[in-house]
Design a protein around this ligand. Sequence first.
Ligand code: GLN
Length: 202
Amino acid sequence: MAGKPGDGLRVGVLALQGDVREHLAVLRELGADAVSVRRPQELDTVGGLVIPGGESSVIDKLSRLFGMAAPLRARIAGGMPVYGTCAGLIMLADTVLDAIAGQQSLGGLDVAVRRNAFGNQNDSFETDLAIPELGEPPVHAVFIRAPVVESVGARARVLAALPDGRVVAVEQGNLLGTSFHPEVTGEHRFHARFLERVRATS
Ligand code: GLN
C-alpha cells in the first residue's frame, strides 16, 4: 500500500499564537510526526514548519520575545520548507502593507502582502478556487480577515488568484503561502505539497 505524504517526517507548527491545533491535526492525518514549536531548540528538531493563521502582529511580537525571529530567518534562508496560511503568509512576505507600527515579518517570499485587504464588509467569505497545480476538485477556500498578495516579485510564482485577479496563493522554492485556511475545511493538498518538499529536502 502506498504510504502517506508525511510518513516518517518530523515537522513543526509555530505555536506562538493562532490556529495551531488544526494544522497539527492535518499534518498528523497525513502521517507526519507533527509537533508544536515555540523555542529555538524545538525548531532545531523539525525538517519543515507551518506558520498558522492568527494575528501576524502578535506572532511577530512573540517570535521576537521568544528569541525565535532570528533562528526562523536563518532556517528560511537555509532552505527549510515553510507553509504559511493567512497570518503565516504575512510573516513570510518580504513586504507587509498596512502593518501596525513597528511590525516586522520574517520574509523569504518575494511578495508584498496587504493585511486585512477585504475590508469590513467582506471580512470573511468562502469561495471555490481552481488551482491547476492541485488538479480537481477546486479548492474550497475560507478567507478570514485575509491578506492579498498585491505584488509578486520575479522570484515568486502565483499559485491561485480570485476571479478578479487578486493573488491569494504563492510559491517560491520551498516556501508556500495562502491567504486562506485549508486547515479548517478538510483540504489537505497544500499540506501534502509542503510535506513533499520536506521529504525532498531531508
Ligand atoms: N488579519 C490577520 C493578520 O493581520 C490575519 C488573519 C488570519 O490569519 N486569519 O495577521
